[in-house]
Ligand binder design. Structure first.
Ligand code: NI
Ligand code: MN
Length: 227
């Protein structure tokens, strides 16, 4: 399986015939390494409703006839636009054609600004994605939480995708603590350096993560990891 970082919290996964994109915020992200119109995928996975995660979801879904997987409210929002959806909520797991997803909790918020004002987009979450016996944990936007220990006890995490940008999510030191709680083999930092408010040094994170036994792997937008 190949995992590519496209910038901010956006991850592209290739496994066999399947192409999966997570939190496709490309248009309007100057650090993104891909254009929404170039994305070919069959599934779009969403952690929560903020626009820096929903991003180009509707356009990519329409162009690819892709299924959108998100919390119940997000799935209803896109179903109302005639798109294919699969709704879940924290604690629930489901087998998809490419593998299994379990939605986890995240401590954050989830809403979307629309012409009718800001609307509720369900609870934020994280995603445990198991494909070909390997498990990726995309934490979404979240604070550090002690239940990450439980996630680490019940899943063997090969790659944890953890926000390090601070202000809206964990900063570096909390993300390093998350690596310890999760007992993740490797960790890729996300949600940093998109804007000055979330500036963070991914190499500082990598050094500190490696010091607690988790291989810190910063990826530049466009770089990939074979899992
Ligand atoms: Ni957010
Ligand atoms: Mn965000």
């Amino acid at each position: 399986m190949k995992l590519t970082y496209l910038g901010h919290s956006c991850i592209f996964i290739e496994s066999g015939e399947h192409r999966i994109i997570i939190d496709p915020f490309l248009t309007g992200n100057e650090t993104a390494s891909a254009k929404a119109s170039d994305i070919k995928c069959d599934f779009i996975l969403l952690t929560h409703g903020h626009d820096d995660h929903i991003g180009d979801t509707a356009d990519i879904a329409r162009a690819n006839d892709a299924t959108i997987v998100g919390n119940f409210e997000i799935s209803e929002y896109f179903a109302a636009q005639g798109l294919k959806v699969h709704g879940m909520n924290p604690g629930g797991a489901h087998d998809f054609p490419f593998g299994r997803i379990k939605m986890t909790i995240a401590h954050h918020s989830s809403s979307l600004g629309t012409e009718k004002g800001r609307i509720y987009m369900g609870n934020p979450g994280g995603l445990l994605i198991t494909i070909d016996g390997k498990t990726i944990y995309h934490a979404g936007d979240t604070a550090l939480f002690l239940d990450m220990k439980l996630i680490g006890e019940t899943s063997q995490i090969d790659v944890a995708l953890l926000p390090i940008g601070d202000n809206f999510t964990m900063g570096i030191d909390d993300a390093v603590k998350a690596c310890e709680f999760l007992k993740a083999r490797q960790a890729v930092p996300i949600h940093y350096n998109t804007w000055p408010i979330i500036a963070a040094d991914p190499h500082e994170f990598a050094r500190k993560a490696t010091a607690v036994g988790c291989d810190g792997k910063p990826l530049k937008p466009g770089e990939s990891l074979e899992i």
